[in-house]
Design a protein around this ligand. Structure first.
Ligand code: IPD
Ligand code: CA
Ligand code: CA
Length: 268
């Protein structure tokens, strides 16, 4: 791997990295403390007080540094800005894990300008891994340049997926797709953090990832990590990703067509 010094010339990058790391440290510190759990809409969609505390920390720092920028944060919603730029924040991705004390979760912060993600930061406080992508400048993990895997075929690939929170209510719940990929890929993992899947795919640990319904905050930073690490990210039929209502297929590029073909076979 090539070693690159992080480019700290960008104020945006510095503030986003500091905020993500501070939120991650807070989450890690409080992981085994008392957690008050509430439910968002369905009995499987949890939220803890730590989602709100981590978000307040990140939003506070971004709003102080860039008062003209808009913000879309998972728990607090959208605040418009006059700059044409927007920050997309998932303060705690992997809330179900967190609520059960499982140390698999991440923090995601992205900056979109003129409708395009320009900066993506994902922090995993448990493994002390900081993933950063800047458009046109590559993706890094703790300063090391990242590249997606070279797995050539679905049968040799490690995939990941997730299920929608309304899995009990909807027939479009990813179970058929999960079954199909399970017998075609080397294995399919389900660890419960979309933002870490993107980061791990960018790092070459996973070869592919799909999920039927995500939020913009789940996908924004990760999509740039994938692109800048040389991978491919599309919607479920191979079209461009819609950040406002993301359905995602992400891969090392080599197995992308095979992933899309399985989804077409199952979903029509
Ligand atoms: C969830 C996680 C999960 C994915 C869900 C997401 P949250 O985010 O990323 O892995 O399957 O679709 O909503 O609620 O933990 O921030
Ligand atoms: Ca999330
Ligand atoms: Ca979240």
């Amino acid at each position: 791997m090539i070693h690159c010094e992080p480019d700290m010339s960008s104020l945006e990058r510095r503030v986003a990295v500091d905020a993500a790391q501070a939120a991650g440290a807070l989450l890690k510190r409080e992981l085994h403390g008392a957690r008050r759990i509430a439910y968002k809409g369905t009995p499987t969609n949890l939220v803890t007080e730590m989602d709100a505390r981590a978000e307040a920390l990140i939003v506070g720092r971004l709003a102080a540094a860039f008062p003209d920028d808009g913000i879309l944060a998972e728990e607090g919603g959208a605040a418009a800005g006059g700059s044409g730029r927007r920050w997309l924040i998932d303060p705690l991705d992997g809330t179900t894990n967190y609520a059960h004390g499982v140390p698999i979760f991440g923090v995601s912060v992205a900056l979109e300008a003129a409708g395009r993600v320009e900066l993506g930061v994902v922090f995993d406080p448990n493994l002390a891994e900081l993933f950063v992508a800047e458009r046109g400048r590559g993706a890094t993990r703790n300063g090391e340049r990242l590249a997606v895997s070279t797995a050539p075929a679905l049968g040799e690939s490690l995939l990941a997926t997730g299920f929608p929170y309304n899995i009990r209510e909807t027939a479009d719940n990813n179970l058929k797709e999960y079954a199909a990929f399970s017998v075609r890929a080397r294995a399919v993992r389900r660890m419960g953090s979309a933002v870490l899947y993107f980061a791990w795919l960018a790092a070459g640990r996973l070869d592919g990832y799909w999920e039927l319904r995500l939020g913009p905050w789940d996908v924004a930073a990760g999509s740039l990590l994938i692109e800048e690490a040389g991978g491919r990210i599309t919607n479920l039929t191979g079209g461009p990703l819609d950040l406002d209502a993301p359905a995602v297929v992400a891969s090392n590029g080599r197995i992308h067509v095979a992933l899309l073909a399985v989804l077409k076979e199952i979903r029509g």
